[in-house]
Write a protein that binds this ligand. Structure first.
Ligand SMILES: [Zn+2]
Ligand SMILES: [Zn+2]
Length: 314
């Protein structure tokens, strides 16, 4: 990285940082500087990049990228980056502002490029936060990582972008990607076997924010989620009554909390529907390192185990 790539916005702050660098840190400036928008992409980037890259993740474990407010340190990270990896499909609502503020000249790669997109029939989905329903307009559903087939595309895109940015490291990136794609093949088979063991009439689940349409398409577990209501004076902004009718009609078998959201709404839904809470699914973020989903493979495994346990148990 050279100073010419820095904007005046960040330059003064960077100078302070650079002058305080130790010898060891200076040696590391040879590494490819990568910014990942959220934790799942950060995991992929570390696996494909290995020791040759330095990865900084903006939206961390258990955090919701939809409502993320960037900090000044994020703009500095973008200004210094060689490569910025994002999901795309209108997932990172904060991204454009941050790119503009940073003046970064880094390559910004949307990893969902080339996946088979699930189109949202409603034109988007709802988030429920602080008693309010927030409609996230995203006609192309952004939660593609919930399909292992799309995760493979993310991994291939990362390897290609890293190779373009660092030709010397390319062979290693490709080898790391090939190894990981092998793991993803096994993971995909494992999920299919696990879902096949759930009785067909029990494969309907309920969540608060529908991040699982890609999982539904690939693996055949259906997900129901509440819609928002416009009257803000309601105790809850979620249209729980119509969801309860749908739960009964479609004979949903379990309700799940999500790691990025408050569980109160799903607790209310479960109690009104007479269903039990089946545990916590990881939707839009990994867990911290000591949690059950510190990486993508562990996350998908945890989710399928949680679904299977709740849907076969009752
Ligand atoms: Zn959203
Ligand atoms: Zn989401």
């Amino acid at each position: 990285m050279t100073m010419t790539r820095l904007t005046t916005f960040a330059a003064s702050l960077i100078v302070i940082t650079l002058t305080s660098l130790s010898g060891a840190a200076q040696a590391e400036t040879e590494r490819l500087s990568v910014v990942a928008s959220f934790s799942i992409i950060g995991d992929f980037a570390r696996i494909i990049g290995g020791d040759a890259v330095e990865v900084r993740t903006l939206v961390g474990p258990d955090s919701d990228a939809h409502v993320y407010e960037p900090r000044p340190a994020d703009a500095i990270a973008l200004a210094r980056a060689d490569v910025v990896l994002v999901n795309g499909l209108a997932f990172e609502g904060f991204l454009q502002r941050l790119v503009d503020a940073s003046g970064t000249s880094a390559r910004i790669a949307a990893l969902s490029d080339g996946i088979e997109i699930v189109h949202d029939p409603e034109g988007g989905h709802y988030h429920f936060s602080g008693g309010q329903a927030i409609f996230h307009a995203a006609p192309d559903d952004p939660h593609a990582w919930q399909s292992v087939a799309s995760a493979r595309v993310y991994v291939e895109n990362i390897a290609r972008v890293f190779c373009e940015a660092d030709a010397e490291g390319c062979a290693a990136y490709e080898a790391n990607a090939a190894g990981y794609l092998g793991e993803l093949t096994k993971l995909d088979e494992e999920i299919r076997r696990a879902v096949a063991a759930i009785p067909e009439d029990r494969r309907v689940a309920v969540v608060a924010h529908n991040a699982f349409r890609y999982f539904e398409r690939d693996y055949g577990v259906s997900f129901l989620a509440p819609q928002g209501v416009s009257t803000e004076s309601e105790a809850s902004a979620a249209d729980v009554a119509s969801l309860i009718r749908e739960i009964r009609e479609k004979r949903a078998s379990a309700v799940f909390a999500e790691n990025i959201a408050d569980a109160r709404l799903v607790e209310q839904i479960a109690s009104e529907a007479g269903l039990s809470l089946g545990g916590t699914l990881y939707s839009d973020a990994l867990s911290p390192p000591d949690g059950p989903a510190p990486g993508y493979v562990e996350m998908m495994r945890h989710n399928v185990e949680t679904l299977t346990r709740a849907m076969t148990g009752g």
